[in-house]
Design a protein around this ligand. Structure first.
Ligand code: FE
Length: 309
């Protein structure tokens, strides 16, 4: 028989004390959040009869997550990051702000301050001999106007599924650029076809997923921030059609409107027009963003990001 004490006045008072609710210092919002977390934590311990061994295992798990820098990965894998998208979608719908390219998760691997180019850019440094990729498209608003001067901030993995900065063997900002759209709202870039990737197999996220009977793989994808003056910031990514994990993404980022067709070609005439030889790939993808006059809506949500001031 499990013993429950969290409902008693003594324990309730104790949790208030531990949350700082009995003092006038500190931060009221933090106190409210911690108080709720403590109350829910003791409820979980009692309702699920969590043993001390399980409790300390969980505490140690947090230490390992931090040491391995995987907190951002586990929230993606457990679907919490996707849940935030669903919540924001519902808030938008309620506010009548729907329309345009859907948002999807940022993930933990953005690096701020990538080189800025006008109209077009080459993302790869030429070291990784992947299949050359030529991607282009336009940025519109929801009334169909092309947006000149929008910033397409793009980042993706290499053929080994790893990202520059986090993979120190790659050059600075490899496969990361910011491209300003031209007068027609168009952006273009040359890069290499990215590979899908998985959680580090020996890390705490994969360890937890193993116990949930789940894999930790993502389909090949390319991340984007789209921003333009007087328009809503868009955080999104495209997922490449044909990938075996397209509809089985451990981070739940795939959305139907974000599936991009990738076309491979061996046409050497067209390859030489692009300045390459052999096989190459092409993607065409347009983005549509919503108008807004709210300055805060025009910026990405604040969070700790690599190299962001
Ligand atoms: Fe990614």
């Amino acid at each position: 028989m499990s013993v429950k004490i969290s409902h008693t006045a003594d324990v309730q008072k104790f949790l208030e004390e531990a949350s700082g609710l009995h003092n006038d210092a500190g931060d009221a919002r933090t106190k409210a959040l911690i108080h709720r977390i403590l109350r829910d934590s003791v409820s979980i311990i009692e309702d699920l009869a969590v043993t001390p061994e399980e409790f300390w295992k969980a505490v140690n798990y947090l230490n390992v997550l931090g040491t391995r820098q995987e907190a951002g990965l586990v929230v993606a894998g457990l679907g919490l990051e996707h849940y935030l998208d669903l919540l924001m979608d519902a808030e938008d719908e309620q506010a009548g702000q729907s329309g345009g390219t859907p948002r999807t998760i940022e993930g933990p691997l953005y690096v701020a301050g990538a080189p800025l180019s006008q109209g077009e850019a080459r993302l790869d440094d030429g070291v990784d001999q992947g299949v050359p990729l030529f991607m282009q498209g336009r940025v519109f608003n929801t009334v169909g106007e092309p947006l000149a001067g929008a910033v397409v901030d793009v980042w993706h993995a290499n053929t080994g599924g790893s990202y520059s900065y986090f993979d120190s063997t790659q050059s600075d900002f490899n496969l990361r650029r910011r491209i300003v759209t031209d007068a027609d709202g168009r952006y273009r870039f040359r890069s290499i076809v990215p590979s899908g990737y998985g959680c580090p197999p020996d890390g705490p996220t994969q360890h937890l997923l193993d116990q949930l009977g789940r894999h930790g793989q993502r389909p090949a994808h390319i991340h984007f921030f789209i921003s333009a003056p007087d328009h809503r910031h868009l955080t999104t990514q495209i997922n490449l059609d044909g990938d075996e994990y397209l509809h089985d993404d451990f981070a739940y980022a795939t959305r139907d409107e974000l599936i991009a067709r990738i076309t491979f070609s061996d046409d050497q005439k067209r390859a030489s027009d692009y300045g390459v030889s052999g096989r190459f790939a092409e993607i065409e993808f347009d983005f549509t963003v919503q108008k807004t006059i709210e300055p805060l809506e025009q910026q990405r949500k604040t969070r700790v990001r690599a190299l962001e001031c």
